[in-house]
Design a binder for this molecule. Structure first.
Ligand code: IDP
Ligand code: MG
Length: 151
């Protein structure tokens, strides 16, 4: 099992795109382990984006992600799920993201790119632990469609 942390960033929430984006992930067959609306504190933002500290866009990124509520989710699937989710999300800059991807269909600018998705299984675990308490996640649950999604 592999899992990715998803953040529907403040622009996705403000623009009413939570439903359409969650829908894409759900329709693909990804299994949700957790989903909640929250505000990202500055402390949380700095921890989550620690790898970008010191870059020119860091202050703007922290201010963007803390500016209004977000929706966070954990999605899981077999090996390769994280890479698949990243492909669905598209390039970091929506202006360059392929049509059919979330950023390529809903966004136009890098500073408003709608969604975060973990970039590796290791990041998936690290970021999940930042945003969710273990008891908030339903890691094992029987989904009736599972045999119709996985052979
Ligand atoms: P990713 O979200 O596709 O993994 P990263 O390079 O990890 O992209 O950057 C994290 C986030 O920082 C991006 O999603 C975006 O919100 C923001 N960001 C990255 N580069 C820039 C930039 O050049 N200008 C403004 N914001 C940026
Ligand atoms: Mg990243």
């Amino acid at each position: 099992m592999e899992r990715a942390l998803i953040i529907l960033k403040p622009d996705a929430v403000q623009r009413g795109l939570v439903g359409p984006i969650v829908s894409r992930l759900e329709q693909r067959g990804l299994k949700f382990q957790g989903l909640k609306m929250m505000r990202v504190t500055e402390e949380l933002a700095r921890r989550h984006y620690a790898e970008h500290e010191g870059k020119g866009f860091f202050a703007g990124l922290v201010s963007y992600i803390t500016s209004a509520p977000v929706v966070v989710a954990v999605v899981a699937g077999k090996t390769g799920t994280v890479e698949m989710v990243r492909a669905m999300v598209g390039a970091t800059n929506p202006a360059k993201a392929a049509p059919g991807t979330i950023r390529g269909d809903f966004g136009v600018e890098i500073g408003r790119n709608l969604i975060h998705a973990s970039d590796s299984p290791e990041s998936g675990e690290r970021e999940t632990a930042i945003f969710f308490q273990p008891e908030e996640l339903i890691v094992e649950w029987a989904r009736i469609a599972d045999p119709w999604i996985y052979e």
